[in-house]
Ligand binder design. Structure first.
Ligand SMILES: [Zn+2]
Length: 241
């Protein structure tokens, strides 16, 4: 990882294990700068610092906003004028608007798994329903307290190993159960074409303005979501805690 990239992550990421701030140190064993947990050097992994809204979506509102906040927020959101406002309106794979009957089916599916569709916990991906990153965290990671997930950009060597095309952004998501690193990983890539590609309908516009503006964050989210999908097949989300 490049020094500038590591330095920028001090502001956006925290320790994946204890959620405390990271520190940038010189690692003499590898003769390179490294990001470590500022509290315990043995901790592994980095995660994006959650906003209060994300904390609620992931079922951690009490921790972020105080005891009872999670229940209060869920009640308020469920009763809001547009209770499904956090639900993605487009299929994440095809980009097409989800038809009203498909939205209803998706909401029913989410409810049956104990997820909260109005918190944005479910989505359609090429016509198939999946929990979102927040949905997975809400249901699984909350119940499996020793599981933590970290994300980081690929190193230069890994760009070669994974044969990432030139100009692409690539992130890796890794998981630990306690101190043990799991072999399952998630890889998220955003290609140069995706970043620079222009809309078919309007050559003045980017095909995906979000990807163009935040390619790193998008690659990171893809890695995280792929890892969560591998770790927890959707059928297993059913286990109600
Ligand atoms: Zn830590």
């Amino acid at each position: 990882m490049e020094y500038d990239q590591l330095k920028a992550m001090l502001d956006t990421h925290c320790c994946a294990q204890c959620e405390k701030p990271l520190a940038l140190v010189w690692d003499s064993s590898t003769s390179a700068h490294a990001l470590v947990c500022g509290t315990d050097r043995n901790h592994a992994g980095y995660k994006t610092i959650e906003s209060p809204g994300q904390a609620v979506a992931r079922g951690k509102g009490d921790k972020a906003l105080g005891q009872g906040a999670q229940k209060d927020m869920e009640k308020a959101l469920a009763k809001a004028a547009h209770p499904l406002s956090l639900l993605a309106k487009d299929d994440l794979g095809t980009g097409k608007t989800i038809a009203p009957d498909a939205v209803a089916a998706l909401v029913k599916w989410g409810d049956s798994l104990g997820l909260k569709p109005y918190l944005g916990h479910v989505c359609l991906y090429f016509g198939k329903p999946y929990p979102t990153i927040d949905g997975f965290y809400y249901k699984i990671v909350r119940d499996t307290t020793h599981l933590h997930i970290g994300t980081r950009p690929l190193s230069k060597e890994e760009f070669t190993t994974y044969q990432v095309p030139e100009g692409a952004h690539a992130w890796l998501a890794e998981a630990w159960l306690g101190d043990t690193k799991l072999p399952t990983t998630g890889l998220g890539i955003v290609t140069k074409e995706e970043i620079e590609g222009k809309s078919d309908r309007n050559q003045e516009q980017y095909r995906s303005p979000v990807v163009h503006a935040h390619p790193q964050r998008m690659a990171e989210k893809r890695a995280e979501w792929q890892l969560l999908r591998k770790l927890v097949p959707p059928e297993e989300v059913k286990t109600d805690g």
